[in-house]
Design a protein around this ligand. Structure first.
Ligand SMILES: C[S@@+](CC[C@H](N)C(=O)[O-])C[C@H]1O[C@@H](n2cnc3c(N)ncnc32)[C@H](O)[C@@H]1O
Length: 292
């Protein structure tokens, strides 16, 4: 039985920022397990409409179980294609869009998905299982230089070169198949520092590269901005500084061009109580704009 008791990150803050109108049309572009979508649906009236998209088929199956099909349409798509997906589903413009970035707990905790450095399974990390390139391909086939770039740029790992060099040396002896294998190679390359596992940043970098997360975000933000009605709102939850920086610049540029008004001068963070109950909320930042 799926556990639906988890409360989505900053649920109340997101709802307040979206300022849901009961008859409005909304898009949850990262529906995941449907936590935010359920909260939005609870505020929508008979005429209200919600389109939920995710590029993970497994997430959509669980979201469908949770949300039913009353006033919600669920579609498999990447949010970089938000504009086309909305139009294919009869939405030319909408009143609010939510992007809750990154991976879901379901993806992280399902070790067969190969996202976690504790997983004994094959390196994978694909949100969309139909995609051809997985983390295994990146780790075993990319050049040392490209691996170092990915780990430095997307993982913000200061020991990226040392780690990339070690990966390339190890894979010459034997393919690096599993997550735990890679985690121990990274740990041996840079040693343990502080409380977080030494492979945390490397795994983040690989996940971002495998799923082309920065490219997706750039296109997703543009498409979302173009879909909003006058007065419509875009809310984005980010979990690391690279994402937050891109969102901040996108929103700031939109304000400068006269397209948006800021709903948050500074990003909103989760309150202490929420972080204690849900560690995933610790690094979350919420930003929003309104279409002028
Ligand atoms: C943090 S979870 C969302 C959790 C959700 N808000 C909830 O309340 O259950 C992020 C979800 O976004 C999806 N996702 C990430 N990048 C995506 C993209 N570019 N296009 C579509 N879905 C994406 C992931 O598959 C994951 O299910």
């Amino acid at each position: 039985m799926t556990d639906y008791s988890h409360v989505p990150v900053m649920r109340d803050e997101v709802l307040a920022m979206l300022d849901i109108r009961p008859e409005g049309t909304y898009i949850d572009a990262t529906v995941g397990l449907g936590g935010h979508s359920a909260a939005i649906l609870a505020l929508l009236g008979e005429k209200g409409r919600l389109l939920g998209i995710d590029r993970d088929e497994a997430a959509l199956t669980l979201a469908a179980e949770r949300l039913g099909n009353n006033r919600v349409t669920l579609k498999k798509a990447a949010f970089a294609d938000l504009g086309d997906t909305a139009k294919e589903n009869g939405i030319d413009a909408c009143d609010g869009i939510l992007l809750d970035l990154g991976v879901s707990m379901m993806q992280l905790k399902d070790h067969e998905r190969g996202f976690s450095f504790q997983s004994e399974h094959e390196l994978d990390m694909r949100m969309d299982k139909t995609q051809l390139t997985s983390a295994w391909h990146v780790v075993n086939e990319e050049t040392e230089q490209e691996l170092a770039r990915i780990i430095y740029e997307y993982g913000e790992e200061p020991f990226s070169r040392r780690i990339a060099r070690r990966i390339v040396a190890e894979r010459k002896k034997q393919k690096i198949d599993t997550c735990v294998q890679l985690a121990s190679i990274v740990a041996s390359a840079c040693g343990r520092r502080g409380k977080t596992h030494p492979a945390t940043r490397t795994f983040q970098g690989l996940r971002i590269a495998v799923n082309r997360e920065m490219e997706q975000l750039r296109s997703g933000l543009e498409s979302a901005g173009a879909l909003l009605n006058e007065g419509g709102r875009l809310c984005v939850l980010t979990y690391h500084s690279l994402e937050d920086r891109m969102v901040k610049h996108f929103m700031r540029d939109g304000v400068r061009d006269g397209r948006f008004a800021l709903l948050t001068k500074k990003p909103v963070s989760a309150c202490r109580e929420e972080v204690v109950g849900n560690p995933a909320a610790r690094s979350a930042k919420l930003r929003g704009v309104q279409r002028l």
